[in-house]
Design a protein around this ligand. Structure first.
Ligand code: IPM
Ligand code: MG
Length: 352
C-alpha cells in the first residue's frame, strides 16, 4: 500500500497556522501505525491570487481527481481581496465542480467546561449535521435590474432539485442506519418556501418511509434553532439545506466550544473529497499563535475516517479529548498554550 495522497491547501490567515498542526498530527498518527501519508502542498490563496490574478489554476480539478485521495484545506479570505473572489472561486468552486454534495459537520462536546449551556455534558451534545452543499442560494443565480438606482431590484434564486435534495436526505438516513443511530431530523422552511421546501418535505417523508426503524422528525428551521439550544441531546442526525446548514452549524459550533473546535468534510462518496475546519481565516488573529488548531486536527481525523483509517481517526479524536481534559488548549477554550504548543501536545499523545 503506497499510502494516502492528500493535497494540502493551507490558504489564508489562521488557515496556514492550523493546517501546519493538522499536518503534524497526520504524520504522527501515520508514523505511530507504520502507515504512510503523502502530503502535497498547494499555495492557492490570496497572495497567489493578488500576484497572478489566478485563484484556482487551470487543470486543478483534474489533478485533484486523478492524483489525490483527499484535500485538506485551511481557510480562505483576506481583507485585501474585497469581494473575496478567490475564496468563492476556490472553496465554492471545489464544492460545486467536484460535486461534493454532502457537507458533514459533526457536533461533539469534548468536555462540559466548553459548553455555554448550563449543565450540559458531552453525551448531551453529540450529533451530526448533513448540510446540502451544491444547491440553494449558493448557486449564485439571480441578478440586478436598475442597479445602483433608487428603483433597484435584486434577486437571488434558491435552487433546489429533486436529485439534489434526495441524495443528501438519503445520505443522512444511510449514515444513521450504518452507525446505529435511531433518529433523523430534517429542517426546512416549508411553511413559507411553499415550492422549494415543499420538495424537501415530500422527499424527506418518502425516504423516511423506507426507513421505518429510524424515527424521523420534521422541524421548521427557526424551531430547530430553538430546540438545539433548549435540548441538544434530542438530536442525533440533522439534514438540511445549504444555507440553513451554514447557519445552524455555526450555532451548533458554539455548543462544542466555538468555531475553533468544529470540523467538517465536503464529500462525494467514492470521489476525491475536501476537508476543512468550519472556521474562517480570521485575519485579525493571524500570525499571533492564538488560533485553536483542534478544529483542523479533528478535520484531519474526519479525512482519515472517510478514507477508511478508522483506528487512526479515533486516535486523533482521543488525543484531542485528552488534551482538552488536561487543559492543553489555546485561550479560546480556556487554556494558555499557543497554536504550535497545542499541536505539539497532540503529537506527543499520538506518538505515545
Ligand atoms: C462555511 C462558510 C462558507 C459557506 C463561506 C466562507 C462561503 O461560512 O463553510 O460554513 O457559507 O459555506
Ligand atoms: Mg459558515
Amino acid at each position: 500500500m503506497s499510502g494516502l495522497r492528500v493535497a494540502v491547501v493551507p490558504g489564508d490567515g489562521i488557515g496556514v497556522e492550523v493546517i501546519a498542526e493538522a499536518v503534524k498530527a497526520l504524520h504522527a498518527v501515520a508514523d505511530a501505525s507504520g502507515k504512510e501519508v503523502r502530503l502535497t502542498p498547494f499555495d492557492w490563496g490570496a497572495d497567489r491570487y493578488l500576484s497572478t490574478g489566478v485563484s484556482l489554476p487551470p487543470g486543478s480539478l483534474g489533478l485533484l481527481q486523478n492524483e489525490f485521495d483527499a484535500i485538506l484545506l485551511g481557510a480562505l479570505g483576506d481583507p485585501r481581496v474585497k469581494d473575496n473572489k478567490h475564496a468563492v472561486d476556490i472553496l465554492l468552486g471545489l464544492r460545486f465542480d467536484l460535486d461534493l454534495y454532502v457537507n458533514l459537520r459533526p457536533v461533539r462536546l469534548f468536555h462540559e467546561r466548553l459548553c455555554p449551556l448550563k449543565g450540559r455534558r458531552p453525551e448531551d451534545v453529540d450529533f451530526v449535521v448533513f448540510r446540502e452543499n451544491t444547491e440553494g442560494p449558493y448557486v449564485m443565480m439571480g441578478g440586478n435590474f436598475k442597479k445602483g438606482t433608487a428603483d433597484e431590484v435584486a434577486t437571488e434564486v434558491d435552487l433546489n432539485t429533486r436529485k439534489g435534495v434526495e441524495r443528501i436526505v438519503r445520505h443522512a438516513f444511510a449514515f444513521a442506519r450504518r452507525t446505529g443511530r435511531t433518529r433523523v431530523a430534517m429542517a426546512d422552511k416549508s411553511n413559507v418556501l411553499i415550492h422549494a421546501h415543499d420538495l424537501w418535505l415530500r422527499v424527506f417523508k418518502a425516504v423516511a418511509a423506507e426507513h421505518p426503524e429510524i424515527e424521523s422528525r420534521h422541524f421548521y428551521v427557526d424551531n430547530l434553532a430553538l430546540q438545539i439550544v433548549r435540548d441538544p441531546g434530542q438530536f442525533q442526525v440533522i439534514v438540511t439545506s445549504n444555507m440553513f446548514g451554514d447557519i445552524v452549524t455555526d450555532l451548533a459550533a458554539a455548543l462544542q466550544g466555538g468555531l475553533g473546535m468544529a470540523a467538517s468534510g465536503n464529500l462525494h462518496p467514492g470521489r476525491v473529497s475536501l476537508f476543512e475546519p468550519v472556521h474562517g481565516s480570521s485575519p485579525h488573529l493571524a500570525g499571533k499563535g492564538v488560533a485553536n488548531p483542534m478544529g483542523a486536527v479533528l478535520t484531519a481525523g474526519l479525512l482519515l475516517d472517510h478514507l477508511g483509517w478508522k483506528e487512526e481517526a479515533e486516535r486523533i479524536e482521543a488525543a484531542v479529548r485528552a488534551a482538552v481534559a488536561e487543559e492543553e488548549t489555546t485561550a479560546d477554550i480556556g487554556g494558555r498554550l499557543t497554536t504550535r504548543e497545542v499541536g505539539d501536545a497532540l503529537v506527543r499523545r499520538l506518538l505515545a
